[in-house]
Design a protein around this ligand. Structure first.
Ligand code: FRU
Length: 488
């Protein structure tokens, strides 16, 4: 029930999605259908630490205001309900619709605790469920599991999409150190068609939550395929992170020349992110879980645990001969930045500006510059600081939350700076935007060519902003700070 205290607890995100109560992890089943964006998520309704997984559910028409819905999928005799995806089965290939409805079909992983406890390796299988009323109610398929397991310990997180050229459903899933692809005419019968990745990318941990889609290169007709793979541990700044590969998918195999991983976000709090199926204009909209398995269970909130990242639009940029995935918040997010707190000032070369700003903790800070040598400090009267520094000496952007507030709850949380190498940042003008909510910061540079997403837990809100421009010539221009509206 909504009261005046609704979503007012300490650290409650004001413009990010978080569950009303209890534990949440990965976004699941991201699909748009009949005017509604569905957000399902890994959910444990009985505690604020991970436990037997369900699919929680919320809906939105604009991706920033969310309505909470009842739990969509409960564990059953095949196991707990781990991560997965959802599709709109427009031609009823599954046959689930009997009276002309359009089925939504969810594909997920069953995790059988009894199997795991008995030391078996085949306890993860894939199942499907369907809804004939646009996600209001769900039924599991009686033929589950649709993909069994012949002894692969980590075998999970199916992402399904419709592949136009082969007129078939394709499923990407992960199997420990690689991805597997399957194809199906009806979402029920699946054939294994190929594998990818044993000798590609990062392998410091287990591969999780794949996503595969085609994307147009900005400013051209060229198309490339993108494979997103979460990995835990093994991210560049520790713990959980998201790598991606650019290549080709011919309906059977994913191929790429890329051997080294590329990273979607250099913060430590953007994990298990995947994209929406069936968006209205083919946009590629991404949402990640804003936490990290290193400390997700220990963060200092009491009623609920964790939030999702802002919904982000993915685009592909060609720089020289190479391709990079950019991610930046949807237009609808900018629409929440309404009242101006401080407008349009400049920090000239060599200059420092100090400002006291009430409302800073729930704001968007944006500017443009050609200076690659600056330092932005957010702080409060307790001397807690969050520092973002662009440093030309090692060509990097560094976010330092080591003294940002509560950091002691787990050693990995505050023990290092988070560094993004800026190799592909061109010379000349670029933009920077920072979204600050009560327990997170998201930094985007050059229209999302670089992103850093971090949780933060200041003891009292930040209300001081210092911008030091250490480039002696190039100004930091049009600095504007706007309050972000609460969506709750
Ligand atoms: C990723 C993950 C998935 C799994 C789910 C379980 O964070 O480990 O691989 O399906 O969480 O909750």
């Amino acid at each position: 029930m909504k009261t005046s205290a609704y979503y007012q607890e300490a650290y409650r995100p004001q413009f990010h999605f978080s569950p009303e109560e209890k534990w949440m992890n990965d976004p699941n089943g991201l699909v748009f259908n009949e005017g509604i964006y569905h957000l399902f998520y890994q959910y444990y309704p009985d505690d604020i630490v991970w436990g037997p997984m369900h699919w929680g559910h919320a809906v939105s028409t604009d991706m920033v205001h969310w309505e909470h819905k009842p739990i969509a999928l409960y564990p059953d005799e095949h196991g707990l309900i781990f991560s997965g995806s959802a599709v709109v089965d427009k031609s009823n290939t599954s046959g689930f619709a009997k009276n002309g409805e359009t089925p939504l079909v969810a594909a997920f992983t069953y995790h059988l605790m009894e199997g795991e406890k008995a030391g078996r390796k085949d306890f993860q299988t894939q199942g499907i469920a369907y809804s004939l009323d646009n996600g209001e109610s769900w039924a599991k398929y009686e033929g589950n599991p649709v993909i069994g397991n012949n002894g692969i310990k980590d075998f999970r997180d199916p992402k399904v999409f419709w592949h136009q050229d082969t007129q078939s459903w394709i499923m990407a899933l992960v199997a420990g150190d690689h991805a597997k692809f399957y194809s199906s005419p009806n979402l029920k019968d699946w054939t294994h068609i190929s594998d990818f990745g044993k000798t590609h990318g990062a392998h410091g941990g287990v591969w999780e939550c794949p996503d595969l889609f085609q994307l147009q290169v900005e400013g051209s007709d060229e198309q490339q395929w993108v494979l997103i793979i979460s990995i835990n541990p093994g991210a560049p700044n520790g713990g959980s992170g998201t790598q991606y590969f650019i290549g080709d998918f011919d309906g059977v195999k994913f191929t790429t020349d890329q051997k080294e991983p590329k990273w979607l976000d250099y913060g430590t709090d953007n994990y298990a992110g995947v994209t929406y199926n069936n968006t209205p204009n083919g946009e590629r909209i991404f949402i990640g879980w804003m936490s990290n398995w290193d400390y997700a269970r220990d963060t200092p909130t009491e009623k609920w645990r964790s939030a999702m990242t802002l919904p982000r639009n993915l685009s592909l940029r060609k720089i020289g001969d190479d391709y990079w995935l950019a991610n930046s918040p949807l237009e609808a997010v900018s629409g929440l930045a309404t009242s101006v707190l401080v407008e349009n000032f400049e920090v000239a070369g060599g200059e420092t500006k100090n400002l006291q700003i009430e409302g800073l903790q729930q704001s968007k800070i944006a500017f443009g510059t050609a200076s690659k040598n600056f330092k932005i400090t957010l702080g409060n009267e307790l001397g807690e600081t969050l520092v973002l520094k662009m440093d030309p000496k090692d060509n990097s952007l560094v976010l330092d939350r080591m003294n940002s507030g509560k950091v002691q709850f787990q050693t990995e949380f505050g023990n290092k700076k988070h560094r993004a190498p800026l190799n592909q940042l061109k010379d000349g003008h670029f933009n920077v935007s920072l979204y600050l909510d009560w327990c997170s910061i998201e930094v985007f540079v050059d229209d999302g060519l670089f992103a850093i997403t971090d949780q933060i837990f200041p003891t009292v809100p930040y209300n001081q902003l210092t911008i030091e421009n250490e480039d002696t010539e190039k100004a930091i221009q049009n600095v504007t700070i706007k309050k972000m509206e609460s969506v709750w």
